[in-house]
Design a protein around this ligand. Sequence first.
Ligand code: MLT
Length: 265
Amino acid sequence: MPSISIEGRSLHYREVGKGTPVLLLHAFPVDSESYWPALESPPPGVRLIVPDHRGFGESTPGGGPLTMDEIASDALALLDALGVPSAVVGGASMGGYAAMALTQLDPSRVAGLLLLGTQCGADDAAGKERREKVAREVEANGTAGLVKEMLPKLLSKTPPPETVARLEAIMSRQSAQAVAAAARGMALRPDRRDILSRFQGPALVMVGADDQITPRAKAEEMAGLLPNGSLQEVARAGHLAHLEAPGEILRAVSMLVLEYARVAR
Ligand code: MLT
C-alpha cells in the first residue's frame, strides 16, 4: 500500500481508478479495506482515494485522542501530496464526522459531500461517558469484546455471511491503542450543523433502512440542513450500508461526480 509522510508519521492509503477524485474516509473501528466493494469495482471515471486514519490499518498512530480534525487534516495533506485541489468527500459514520470536519477546515477542497450512516450532532454527556468506557475497556482487555458487541449493530439483521466474516476480520486486526484514541476523539467532536447549512456544493445523505446506530432521523436532519442536499434510504442495509448495497452507493458516488462536473463547467 502506498504511503506519505506527515510530520514523521506514515499515512497509508489505497488509490484505484482514474477520473474525478473521490476521497472516502472510513468508519470506526475499521480501516480503508472496509470500502472493499468500491475499491474492487470503482465507478467509471472515478479516482478513489481511501486513507487509513492514524493508528488504523498500516498508518502510524498519533498520540492522545484521535480527533476528527486530525483525520481531516491528514486527508488534506494526502490530497496535497497527490496534487488534488478538490475532491468529492465521502465518509461512513466516523468517516462522516471527519468529512464534516474537513468541510469546516477547508470547504474549497470539497467538490461534493457524501454522508453515509452518520450524524452532525455532538455526543451528549452520557455518550461521552460511554466512549471513555469503551476506550478503557479496550486498553485493559483488548478489542475482542467491542468487536463482538459492535459487529451485529453495523449490518442489517440478515447480512451475507461472507460480508460479516470480512468485516469482523478487519475490525479484529485494529490495535487497542487506535480504537481507544478514536473513541476519545469522537467524544470531542463538536456539533457541525452550521457547517452543513453553509455548504453550497452538491450533497447526498444516505442511510440504511436498518441502521441501528444512526437511524433515519439523523440523516433527515443533515439532508434538511444542506442547501443542496438530498436524502436516500438504502433498503435491506444497516449502518455500513455500503457493504450491503454497494451498487446503490456506487451509483450515488457517480451521480455526485456528474453533478460536480455540471456545476464546475
Ligand atoms: C462508526 O461506525 O464509525 C461508529 O459507529 C460511529 C460512532 O460510534 O459514533
